[in-house]
Design a protein around this ligand. Structure first.
Ligand code: WT7
Length: 641
C-alpha cells in the first residue's frame, strides 16, 4: 500500500485552513455538523426535501424502497421525472433561456458559446432525429465522441427520450470500444470524423467503423463532422451526418421528455474492476439526478454568476456528473475544454480561467503535479482573481500538491478534495466550502452519506488505524446494477455483509477527518484513471511473445501510480541481444496500446522467468509489489515453492 499520500503527522488534530469570510457568508451550508446530523437522523426527510427542489411529472410515493436481499435501492419510487427536463426546460421556463450553458474551447483555441435555449433546441432536434431512426425508450446508444458540445447534446437527447447512453472515452482503442459495445448492444453509435489533441488529428471514425463490424444490433452511425463539414458519410452502411439530422429537424418544435421512474436507466458507464472484463455501471434517472444536483450545489456553492470549469472529459464519470448533469441541473455556465493541459503551452488552463473569468475550477492531482513541474510562472502570468473555489478528484492529492494549488491561485481559496467513484455517482467524502480543511484529506462525509472504516469482518477499526472504506446506507445516486451481471453488483455488498465496499482503504483521524490511502483490490489508479491489473495482463498475454504476465502499480511522483509489467516470454521468443530486447519491449507496449488505449500502456516491462503464485496458480501481485518496492512481503504461506 502506498504511503506517499499520507498527510503530514501533526496536521490532523488541528485543521489548518479555515474558509475566507466571503466564502462563509455565502455558503449554502453554514453549519455542517447540524446539517449532517439531521440528514443522518432522517435521511428520507432530508433527501425528500431536496428532491422537491426539482420538477416531477408525478410525485413519488416514498423516498426509498430498499431491498436488503438484492441490495436494490429504488429511490423515489412511484415518481416520474426527466433529467434533461430539469437540466434545460426548467431553466428556460423560468426565463434563463439566454443564460450561457456551455462555453467550449477546442484543442486549437476555437470557441463556441451555447445558451440554455440553444442547448434545449439542439437536444430536441436531435430527439426528433433519433425518433425518426426508430430509437425507443430503453435502447442503448454508444457515444464515442471527443469532448465537444455534440457530446453533451447527445447525452441529453438520450436522457430526454429514455435511451440509455454508454459514453466511451475517445482515447480508447478499437478493441476497448468494441468490447463495450458487445456488452451494451447499442442500436446507434454516435462518433465524429476526427478528434484533436495537441494539434494532432485522432481518427475516431476509422476506429468506430472497425469496432462496429460484427455488432449486429447497431443500425446506424451518426457522424459529427468535427474536422470537415463536408465529410462524405457512408450512407450504405447506415451512416448519417449529425448536422444534417439536426438541420432536417429544425422546425419540428418541442420534443416531450419521457417520464422516467425509479427503475429507468439513464446510462451505462464501463469501468475497470478486478477481472479482465470492464463492468457496465448502471445509473437510473431520479436518484442520480437528486444526488448530482445537490452535491454540485453544496460542494461548489453554485451561484448564478458562476463560470464553472471542470477539466475532466465527459467520457468518465466526473464528466457525466460534474460537467454535464450536476452543473446543468444547477443552471450553471460550464466551461469545457478539448485537448491537453499543456498544449500549445502549459498556460492553457490558466489562460482559460483568465479569459472566461472562471470562478470554480475542478481539477485533478495529476494535473496539479504536472503544472507544478512546469512551474509557477505559468499561473502567475495570468489574472486568476475571478476564482473563488478549487476542486480535486480522482486520486489522493498529496499535501505538497494541495499547497501548491492553493498558493498559485492566491493562497486563500478552499480546495474541495472530493472522494467518490463511478459506482457512487456523486461525491461521498468531501469538504464543503465553509468547513475547515486539512491538506491531503477529503475531510468528512457529505450530508446524507454514512461512511465508516472497518476491518474485513465489518467491525469498525479504531480512529487512526487504516481499514476499508464502506458506505453503510443507500444514497440517491447509487448505481442500480452492473449491466447484465447482477452477481457482480451483489459482490459489492456481500464482501462485507450488508455494506457497500468501495475497494479503497483509508484512515479516520481523531478529529473525524478521512485520509484516503488507495485501492486495496487489483485496481490501479494511473493519473486518476482506473485500470484493472487483469485487463492489462490479458492484453499482455495476447501478444504472441508473451506466455504469462503480472501487473503492479508503483508510486509515481507525477501520475500517483505507474504501471509495471512482469512478463514471462514464450519458449523460443527470448531475444538474443539488447537491441532485440528493447524492441520487443516497445512492441509489447504498443500492443497494449492497441488493445486497450494509451492510458493502459505499462511504463516499465521486466522480462522474468518466474512469477510468485499461490499453490492454486493465482499470481500474488502483492508479493511482486513488495519485492519491487522493498517492503515487507506479508503473509506468504500460500506461496508455492
Ligand atoms: C477511485 C474511483 C471519482 C470520480 C473519478 C474517478 C479514487 C477518487 C479520490 C480522492 C482519493 C480518490 C479512489 C476511488 N479516488 N477520488 N479525492 N481521494 N482517492 O472515478 O474511476 O470510479 O475511480 O478513485 O480510489 O475508489 P473512478
Amino acid at each position: 500500500m502506498s504511503t506517499s499520500h499520507e498527510p503530514t503527522p501533526g496536521m490532523e488534530k488541528h485543521p489548518l485552513f479555515h474558509p475566507p469570510e466571503e466564502t462563509l457568508r455565502n455558503a449554502h451550508v453554514q453549519d455542517y455538523v447540524k446539517v449532517y446530523q439531521e440528514s443522518i437522523d432522517d435521511p428520507a426527510g432530508f433527501w425528500g426535501r431536496i428532491a422537491t427542489e426539482l420538477e416531477w411529472f408525478t410525485p413519488w410515493t416514498s423516498v426509498l424502497d430498499w431491498d436488503p436481499q438484492t441490495y436494490t435501492g429504488r429511490w423515489f419510487p412511484g415518481g416520474t421525472t426527466n433529467i434533461s427536463h430539469n437540466a434545460l426546460d426548467r431553466h428556460v421556463a423560468k426565463g434563463y433561456g439566454n443564460k450561457v450553458a456551455l462555453i467550449w474551447s477546442g484543442d486549437s483555441g476555437e470557441e463556441r458559446v451555447i445558451t440554455y435555449s440553444q442547448l434545449l433546441d439542439s437536444v430536441e432536434r436531435l430527439c426528433h432525429g433519433l425518433h425518426s431512426l426508430g430509437l425507443e425508450k430503453g435502447d442503448r446508444v454508444s457515444i464515442f465522441l471527443p469532448p465537444t458540445p455534440e457530446q453533451v447534446i447527445s447525452m441529453l437527447a438520450c436522457a430526454r427520450m429514455g435511451l440509455i447512453h454508454s459514453v466511451v472515452f475517445s482515447g480508447f482503442s478499437e478493441a476497448a470500444l468494441k468490447s463495450r459495445m458487445e456488452d451494451a448492444q447499442p442500436k446507434l453509435l454516435i462518433t465524429a470524423d476526427a478528434g484533436f489533441r495537441r494539434g494532432k488529428e485522432i481518427p475516431l471514425l476509422q476506429t468506430a467503423r472497425a469496432a462496429r463490424t460484427g455488432i449486429l444490433s447497431i443500425r446506424n452511425t451518426l457522424v459529427v463532422r468535427r474536422k470537415d463539414p463536408r465529410f462524405p458519410v457512408d450512407a450504405s452502411s447506415g451512416e448519417k451526418a449529425f448536422d444534417e439530422l439536426l438541420e432536417k429537424n429544425r422546425k419540428k418544435g418541442s420534443f416531450p421528455p419521457a417520464p422516467m421512474g425509479a427503475d429507468d436507466p439513464l446510462f451505462i458507464l464501463y469501468t475497470s474492476g478486478t477481472t479482465g472484463k470492464p463492468k457496465g455501471i448502471v445509473h437510473v434517472q431520479p436518484g442520480y439526478m437528486v444526488g448530482t444536483y445537490l452535491t454540485t450545489r453544496w460542494v461548489f456553492d453554485i451561484r448564478d454568476s458562476d463560470v464553472y470549469f471542470c477539466v475532466a472529459d465527459p467520457g468518465w464519470i466526473t464528466g457525466h456528473s460534474y460537467i454535464v448533469y450536476g452543473p446543468l441541473l444547477n443552471r450553471t455556465t460550464v466551461l469545457m475544454a478539448e485537448g491537453a493541459p499543456d498544449w500549445p503551452d502549459p498556460g492553457r488552463w490558466w489562460k482559460l480561467i483568465e479569459k472566461y473569468r472562471v470562478t470554480v475550477f475542478y481539477s485533478t492531482p495529476t494535473a496539479v503535479r504536472l503544472q507544478m513541474r512546469h512551474g509557477e510562472k505559468w499561473p502567475s502570468g495570468h489574472d486568476l482573481s475571478s476564482l473563488r473555489l478549487l476542486g480535486s478528484v480522482g486520486e489522493p492529492i498529496n499535501p505538497e500538491a494541495w499547497m501548491w494549488f492553493r498558493n498559485v491561485t492566491g493562497g486563500r481559496l478552499p480546495i474541495m478534495d472530493t472522494w467518490w467513484q463511478t459506482e457512487t455517482g456523486m461525491h461521498m467524502i468531501t469538504p464543503l466550502p465553509a468547513t475547515p480543511l486539512v491538506p491531503g484529506s477529503a475531510t468528512k462525509p457529505f450530508p446524507g452519506v454514512e461512511v465508516d472504516i472497518v476491518d474485513k469482518n465489518g467491525n469498525p477499526v479504531p480512529d487512526g488505524e487504516s481499514g476499508l472504506v464502506v458506505i453503510k446506507k443507500p444514497w440517491p445516486a447509487m448505481f442500480r446494477t452492473v449491466f447484465k451481471d447482477p452477481d457482480r453488483y451483489r459482490q459489492y455488498w456481500t464482501e462485507i455483509p450488508g455494506m457497500y465496499f468501495s475497494g479503497d482503504s483509508a484512515r479516520r483521524d481523531s478529529s473525524g477527518f478521512y485520509h484516503l490511502i488507495g485501492r486495496i483490490d487489483d485496481v490501479i489508479k494511473v493519473a486518476g484513471h482506473r485500470l484493472g491489473t487483469a485487463e492489462v495482463e490479458s492484453a499482455l498475454v495476447s501478444h504472441p511473445a508473451v506466455a504469462e504476465a503480472a501487473v503492479i502499480g508503483k508510486p509515481d511522483s507525477l501520475k500517483g501510480e505507474s504501471l509495471k509489467a512482469f512478463v514471462i516470454l514464450r519458449q523460443g521468443k527470448k531475444p538474443e541481444t539488447e537491441e532485440e530486447l528493447s524492441s520487443l519491449r516497445k512492441d509489447i507496449r504498443h500492443h497494449v496500446r492497441e488493445e486497450l488505449g494509451a492510458i493502459a500502456q505499462p511504463d516499465e516491462i521486466e522480462i522474468t522467468d518466474w512469477l510468485p503464485k499461490t499453490r492454486s496458480g493465482k499470481i500474488m501481485r502483492r508479493v511482486l509489489r513488495a519485492r519491487e518496492l522493498g517492503l515487507p512481503e506479508g503473509d506468504t504461506s500460500t506461496l508455492e515453492d
